[in-house]
Design a protein around this ligand. Sequence first.
Ligand SMILES: Cc1cc2nc3c(=O)[nH]c(=O)nc-3n(C[C@H](O)[C@H](O)[C@H](O)COP(=O)(O)OP(=O)(O)OC[C@H]3O[C@@H](n4cnc5c(N)ncnc54)[C@H](O)[C@@H]3O)c2cc1C
Length: 450
Amino acid sequence: MAKKLQQQRRLLLKGIAASAITPWAVKADSVANPDVVIIGAGIAGLEAAKTLHKKGISFLIVEANNRIGGRIHTNNKIFGVPFDTHAHWMRASPDNPLISHGRSNGFDIYRDYGRQQYFVGNRQATTEEMTDLWKTDALFNKRIRSSALSGVTGSDDNARTALGEDFFSQPWGYTVASEYGVWDMAQDSKDWSPKSWWNSLDAETWFCAEGYGSVAAHYGRAIPVSLATAAREIDWSGDHVVVTTSAGQIRARAAILTVSVGVLAAERIKFTPTLPVEKQEAINAIDMAVMNYIGLLFSEDVFGFGSDSYVYQQQTDETGVGYLTNTKNSNLTYGYVGGSQAKALERESMDTVIAYGLDGIKSMLGNDVENRFLKGFATACGKIPLFDGAYSAVRPGKSGARAILGRTLAKKLFFAGEATHGTQASTVNGGLESGRDSANQAAAYIKLNS
Ligand SMILES: Cc1cc2nc3c(=O)[nH]c(=O)nc-3n(C[C@H](O)[C@H](O)[C@H](O)COP(=O)(O)OP(=O)(O)OC[C@H]3O[C@@H](n4cnc5c(N)ncnc54)[C@H](O)[C@@H]3O)c2cc1C
């Protein structure tokens, strides 16, 4: 018991120490036993904290990692220039507070104009080939739309079936399928659902020269967070929620859980009582897709297409690499791989993966490009136990699972995080909105029962 008290005291001290440098007034006795405990300081948890703070509800936020931001993080050390290891594209729709926050705090936020260049082997595509590409793109949209709107409730082909095998025998079939599939949703076309793709919001995108992760860290910098504090068990059996963490127990009137669906599926947190069957089924119906970056730093803009240009080579399957080149004129290229190929590459060494990314560029520009190559780095988000993958991907035919995952239990255990969002799942925006919504509901519950 003494140890437990000491641990609670440690949580208390951490909370107060962090809040002392900020305007976040936290009553000492409410930190160890807050109104609301938030689990996870990714964007959902940070936004939940901001929302509760505005409403005068006390909270404690615990984060297993030694930093905030979760799946939004910028690393400046690897290349000496900003490298986003997870989210990089800032989606603007319908609004994104991180974009306005970045702008008003001096970050260099600039538009992604989607400048694309296509190669066939080691040369750029001709005008005729480009016309053919746009026709294939139109066919893709027609077939996916028709499948998504087929109207039969509960029926949902996978994208491969919806597109048909004749689509993949066209010269640009695999390229177009890769752009929408493995390089965006991080799933092979046999695995993604046209219905959920169709129902997700489109958005224009922006970049931040200092990195998306830098903006997120700045956005959450004033929030008192107990870092390196992992939730191990959530007991929601009584009138309070008791969370056992690696640093002691927290008793709160409500909890907001923001960990990824991958963490839930791996049962890294024990629930007492166990989760209802429908909740467990929803967790099992949503996969964590894997998307990884192969960062490649050159001594110059090797393609010569200018800043932030996309380069795609005609593909013959879904194992290829897409490239965003020369980000903000830093000579850093993001190669991206998704789906089953990303999972396969996670079993290889870092050197092998870097060579895979570099080979794709060599096959377009020639072997000499290696003379201008300085350094590479490959991410492996499927191997990070705090995430277990990149972002959620609902299985075809299971689109109702997100709503069930997001359902509150016993009026006081709230489920947030990107995977619970109906139209913006798998994005920063979805995580942020889910955190805000859950916090509003938790605040209403606390006020009603005060
Ligand atoms: C490679 C990659 C590329 C992406 N690209 C984009 C993009 O370009 N644009 C975009 O909008 N989105 C992108 N995303 C998705 C986006 O990053 C996520 O949807 C979003 O950041 C999720 O936020 P979240 O708060 O829901 O979850 P998380 O960020 O996962 O936050 C949950 C937090 O819980 C913590 N945690 C886990 N277990 C415990 C525990 N037991 N106790 C306490 N804390 C715990 C985790 O450490 C984490 O900090 C990308 C993701 C990846 C991985």
